[in-house]
Design a protein around this ligand. Structure first.
Ligand SMILES: Cc1cc2nc3c(=O)[nH]c(=O)nc-3n(C[C@H](O)[C@H](O)[C@H](O)COP(=O)(O)OP(=O)(O)OC[C@H]3O[C@@H](n4cnc5c(N)ncnc54)[C@H](O)[C@@H]3O)c2cc1C
Length: 344
């Protein structure tokens, strides 16, 4: 059985099955709402229910700590009646925007002891359109897929660069060091709707944990290419110095933007051994280096625990407006596949 879902204040309506999430039904109907993880963790899809009743999918809780009292997470809610939703924003998706490719690995380089930089080339003459900060889904071979953020800027659209941390026992990532030049990988992109306000000139703080640096690099390379000028701080966390694996990129941004601030936060390094780096976690580095965040925007990317810790500090202690906190959460496990129905 399905129910009709209408977007408040518009003439848009679409069907949603009782075992389908509101987000997946919207994506299937060609309507893009804000989202990232699609697993009820990041909070990007939080929005209002103006009329009707919804329930958590498979008994899941409909909310998490990122929701305002009147909001639910559209990615884990399903309708029980016809519903009117009041999303924070929405737009029609270009049906041709998401594509599948069989990409070829042309470079696979170790960047840190547990990180590989994987460069994929698309078939001749083909281009992958995406926005800085978006991710792709990669077929693992057992019928499931995994999500990886593009680390290159969108203008480099005939190739894609991924930063992949080797998760011990991970079905895909643990195999990455053995991937060879010429190996083929099935991918689909773009996914994710985290993006920075184009017209804003406000100061921006990026906080990345480990390979959470990948989408941040894409955004910063894109900003550099477009010569966007605004005060920028990057806090990049790793356990030890070797985990800050692309210092050349940081040096390039420092040359382009003389006021660019970079703080490496090393959680397992003693203060006397940390040198120029901050000895501690990224949330501790944030409060030490950015204690007043009123009027800023903050983009945070990494594991769920790290993103939650940074959100708490930024909003509760540093005065960041909750709406100015943007997160891309690297939730483990297979990707949720239903949004692929939006593929042309
Ligand atoms: C939007 C997004 C972007 C991402 N971008 C990146 C990126 O740029 N770089 C990067 O390194 N990683 C990224 N990730 C994480 C990535 O998608 C994989 O989850 C990660 O690489 C592990 O995959 P795997 O196949 O190696 O491990 P898996 O075999 O999936 O297992 C990894 C761990 O997760 C646990 N697990 C497995 N299934 C589940 C499940 N259903 N629920 C909960 N836990 C489970 C396992 O026990 C294991 O501990 C991203 C994730 C998301 C959601």
């Amino acid at each position: 059985m399905s129910h009709r879902i209408a977007i408040a204040g518009s003439d848009i309506a679409f069907d949603c099955a009782e075992d389908q999430s509101l987000l997946d039904a919207a994506l299937h109907a060609g309507i893009e709402l804000p989202y990232s993880c699609r697993k009820g963790v990041c909070g990007n899809c939080a929005g209002g229910i103006a009329q009707g009743e919804v329930d958590g999918l498979d008994g899941a809780s409909m909310r998490n700590e990122t929701c305002l009292p009147e909001q639910v997470l559209y990615c884990i809610c399903t309708p029980r009646t016809d519903v009117q939703i009041a999303p924070v924003s929405w737009h029609r998706v270009d049906p041709a925007a998401r594509k599948r490719f069989t990409a070829k690995i042309f470079r696979n380089q170790p960047a840190a002891p547990d990180v590989s930089v994987l460069q994929l080339r698309l078939p001749a003459g083909q281009r992958a359109k995406f926005h800085a900060g978006q991710y792709l889904q990669l077929a693992v071979g057992d019928g499931s897929t995994r999500c990886y953020s593009m680390a290159n800027a969108p203008h480099e659209s005939d190739a894609l660069t991924l930063h992949i941390r080797h998760v011990p026992g991970g079905a895909f990532s643990a195999r990455v060091p053995a991937l060879q030049q010429g190996d083929l990988i099935d991918i689909e992109l773009p996914f994710g709707a985290v993006s920075l306000a184009e017209a804003s000139t406000r100061p921006i703080v990026f906080v990345a944990g480990g390979t959470g640096f990948a989408p941040v690099k894409s955004i910063l390379d894109d900003m550099a290419k477009r010569r966007i000028e605004r005060p920028i701080t990057l806090i990049w966390g790793a356990r030890r110095a070797e985990g800050i694996y692309l210092r050349a990129a940081v040096a390039k941004w420092q040359r382009q933007w003389p006021s660019f601030r970079f703080i490496a936060a090393l959680s397992e390094e003693a203060a006397d051994a940390a040198g120029d780096a901050f000895a501690g976690r990224v949330d501790q580095a944030l409060i030490a280096h950015c204690p007043a965040l009123e009027g800023h925007e903050l983009y945070c990317c990494g594991s769920p625990g790290m993103v939650n810790a940074v959100r708490d500090i930024a909003v509760q202690r540093c005065g960041l407006a909750a709406a100015d906190f943007h997160a891309d959460v690297f939730v483990d496990g297979p990707a949720v596949s239903a949004a692929t129905a939006a593929v042309a």
